[in-house]
Design a protein around this ligand. Structure first.
Ligand SMILES: Cc1ncc(COP(=O)(O)O)c(C=O)c1O
Length: 472
């Protein structure tokens, strides 16, 4: 619980931390929050940030190991992004983008995204975040096939453990079972395939055989449902919240080939992998050699400085979407805040910083070092797998490395490790038995060394506490 008064790091006003803590607890319904804990303890207020650090209301400073929530790619406290937003807000904070109206930052950003994206993706549909981008995408895909006279092509193939957000439709695409406990989903629209989990692939199967197995499942599912009933396949290039799962070599290319052969659109959800996390603005083509029909992005697009999502659409799809369907008809979908000028101004400045500071290059240079150094943590009894790529990493904690058996849920191993890390000045994300490391993309090798030293101690302390409580 927070009771002290925050000391400002700059000339920001002093906050009454205790009063804020109470207001938050009384009135803010937090997303993804365990209310049995929240009702007792409320929330920690994060009040300040600078570079790779954030600070709580008690004045404790932490290395941010999760980039806010996979999003603050250029790091915190970028005054020039704040200035670009303020300039836009005072010049023209908002006006409609419906009915043949536009604004300067939205136009500039659309052109910039077309320049950065694979060559065939030249058209941008704006939304306010990742869930909304995915939701809007599926509506556009259905509309596209309706317009082509194929209204029966409706089903979307997704994967178990995928995370695509929490609007009704995005939550239905999401395949993390616990995310939808006691919620309804649109099951008639979505079918989930197996995720590509190399660590937990069937015993005795090589990675190449595993890839064959997954592609076969895909083909069989299509045969069962009928390609005529399937609109699209959606996948994260590397599955994020579902456990940072890197698919076997060649998987995405082969899934795309099956899509092409069956007139199924291939959608890449690059909400996490976009904007540098894997060392490129977009990973689909640069890393995985695929050419999606649609790429969705959000998060790193504006580095979290303002809410923004974008759906990047191919020329081929745009030919249909961009043609009036009937006299007087309009593309009647979009949001009041589609192409919000202040968000687009933030994104433009963010992209300028990524390019000017060669942040993708930093990820390509420091990312493999982060992978290598995190792998040294495998000596801990509980660390079953260290996986991921570049600035998108995960530790999977287990009870037994040989059998890969998990600790009981109530051991809360992910929480323990995260707690011990936080005590030592590092925030990482617990997701069940996993710990995710997805930092701002400006970490240096020295920061990596510091982080790995903290994690080494934290894992040792968590192991001791698990032993004391009889879990090991
Ligand atoms: C891959 C992916 N898609 C979509 C989303 C949803 O984005 P948002 O929370 O901005 O709605 C997320 C969020 O973590 C994500 O990781």
């Amino acid at each position: 619980m927070t009771t002290t008064t925050t000391r400002p790091t700059t000339d920001h006003p002093v906050l009454d931390a205790k009063a804020l803590w109470q207001k938050d607890k009384d009135h803010f319904i937090h997303p993804f929050t365990d209310f049995s804990v929240f009702h007792q303890e409320g929330c920690d207020l994060i009040t300040d940030s600078e570079g790779i650090h954030v600070q709580d209301a008690k004045g404790n400073r932490f290395i941010d190991g999760i980039a806010g929530l996979w999003c603050v790619n250029v790091g915190h406290g970028r005054a020039e992004i704040g200035q670009a937003m303020a300039d836009q807000a005072t010049r023209m904070a908002y006006f409609s983008t419906f009915n043949n109206l536009s604004n300067a930052p939205a136009a500039e950003l659309a052109a910039k995204l077309a320049e950065l994206a694979p060559a065939h993706l030249n058209h941008v549909f704006y939304s306010c975040g990742g869930s909304a981008a995915n939701d809007a995408t599926i509506r556009l895909v259905h509309y596209y096939f309706n317009r082509l006279g194929k209204p029966e092509k409706k089903r979307i193939l997704s994967r178990n453990n995928a995370y695509h957000g929490t609007t009704y439709l995005a939550a239905s695409l999401t395949g993390i079972e616990s995310n939808n406990w006691d919620f309804d989903t649109l099951d008639h629209l979505v079918t989930h395939l197996s995720e590509a989990n190399c660590y937990r692939r069937p015993e005795g199967m090589s990675e190449a055989e595993y890839c064959d197995h997954l592609v076969k499942e895909f083909e069989e599912t299509i045969a069962e449902i009928g390609a005529d009933n399937i609109a699209a396949f959606i996948a994260e290039p590397i599955m994020g919240a579902g456990g940072v799962l890197v698919a076997p070599e060649g998987y995405h290319q082969r899934m795309q080939a099956v899509c092409r052969a069956n007139d199924i659109l291939f959608i890449a959800d690059e909400v996490v992998t976009g904007f540098g996390r894997l060392g490129h603005f977009f990973a689909s083509e640069a890393v995985f050699d695929t050419r999606p029909d649609i790429i969705n992005c959000a998060k790193g697009l504006s580095s979290g400085y303002a809410p923004l999502g974008a759906t990047l659409i191919s020329d081929e799809l745009y030919e249909v979407l961009g043609t009036p369907q009937r006299k007087g008809g309009v593309l009647s979908t979009g949001f009041t805040y589609s192409g919000h000028p202040v968000s687009c101004a933030a994104a433009l400045k963010n992209i300028e910083i990524i390019e000017r500071e060669r942040i993708c290059e930093n990820v390509r240079e420091v990312g493999p070092y982060l992978e290598e150094r995190l792998k040294t943590l495998s000596h801990h009894a509980t660390v079953g797998d260290v996986r991921g790529s570049h600035f998108m990493m995960c530790l999977e904690n287990v009870a037994d490395k040989a059998t890969k058996a998990l600790l009981p849920v109530e051991a809360r191993v992910g929480d323990r490790v995260a707690f011990e890390a936080q005590k030592r000045g590092l925030i990482i994300r617990p997701v069940g038995h996993l710990n995710i490391v997805s930092p701002p993309l400006v970490w240096s090798r020295d920061t990596v060394d510091r982080v790995v030293a903290i994690l080494d101690e934290a894992l040792g302390a968590a192991t001791e506490s698990l032993k004391e409580d009889g879990y090991l």
